[in-house]
Design a binder for this molecule. Structure first.
Ligand SMILES: C[S@@+](CC[C@H](N)C(=O)[O-])C[C@H]1O[C@@H](n2cnc3c(N)ncnc32)[C@H](O)[C@@H]1O
Length: 249
């Protein structure tokens, strides 16, 4: 999942990439953002893609930095939201070893730290910290490893969507899958994607100088995981982790 991948995805973004804003029917993420917002504050949207959160951010904050590694994504966002005059579009690689950024009062980062590369994730978490002023708040959403394993267990136990017919293409792929899962990396649409444990997320943020204030599940319907979920399959629903954290140092 490098820059090339995201540039290729950009033109078909709406068809290919899961829309967290639309699928969070609880509105918990919007509420968390509204709680940290102020017309006196600046905010950075890290991994903004085609800008789904821009209307909310541009109306709740004084200034918005919309940052993404993909120039095409940023161009799409810029054209769509040209009527918001307080948004600056910045091409940035948050996984780069060195980052030039003007720290903001608040930051959001919604399902952007997905790379299977540990080195890139370490840099990305450092960049989260560099992007915020001391005392600033972060709203971070990441895929949940617990949810993914729960989904896999259900798929296998009740053969959902023909799970028993699934074949692993080669022994090389089997080795890769086994190696990845030990690190919380598991495929979404055949793309190795980092998923996080709740405890892991707390640790990673505290190591970057954040005080975690809340971690909550963002629940989705079973239709987001299965084409044909069993009718009896209800709560607990699949989820992402949303974390609200304050930068202490
Ligand atoms: C799944 S999309 C999420 C988009 C958006 N936050 C949302 O909720 O609709 C992930 C985005 O993160 C961006 N991204 C991935 N790695 C990045 C990096 N190293 N630096 C900046 N942006 C990155 C991708 O280009 C992509 O637009």
């Amino acid at each position: 999942m490098n820059r090339k991948y995201w540039e290729t995805m950009a033109p078909k973004y709406d068809d290919e990439i899961f829309d967290v804003l639309r699928n969070d029917s609880s509105g918990k993420i919007v509420t968390a953002i509204e709680k940290i917002s102020s017309k006196k504050k600046t905010v950075i949207d890290i991994g903004c893609a085609i800008g789904k959160w821009i209307p909310l951010l541009a109306t709740q904050f004084k200034e918005v930095q919309a940052a993404d590694i993909s120039a095409i994504n940023l161009q799409i966002a810029k054209e769509k939201y040209r009527h918001f005059k307080n948004v600056e579009y910045l091409r940035m690689d948050m996984s780069a070893a060195k980052l030039k950024v003007s720290p903001c009062d608040a930051a959001i980062c919604i399902n952007a730290i997905l790379t299977d590369s540990l080195k890139k994730r370490i840099n990305f978490f450092q960049s989260l910290s560099l992007s915020l002023k001391k005392g600033g708040h972060l709203v971070l959403v990441v895929p949940s490893l617990e949810s993914k394993l729960y989904t896999n267990i259900i798929a296998h136990r009740w053969n959902v969507d023909g799970d028993h017919k699934e074949k692993i293409a080669s022994s090389k792929k089997a080795f890769e899958l086994a190696k990845n899962i030990k690190q919380g990396v598991t495929d979404i649409d055949n793309v190795p994607t980092k998923h996080y444990l709740k405890e892991e997320l707390e640790l990673l943020l505290s190591l970057e100088g954040f005080k975690v204030q809340a971690i909550e599940k963002i629940n989705y319907t079973w239709k987001t995981e299965f084409n044909n979920p069993p009718k009896w399959l209800k709560s607990p629903y699949p989820w992402d982790w949303m974390c609200v954290a304050k930068k202490n140092k």
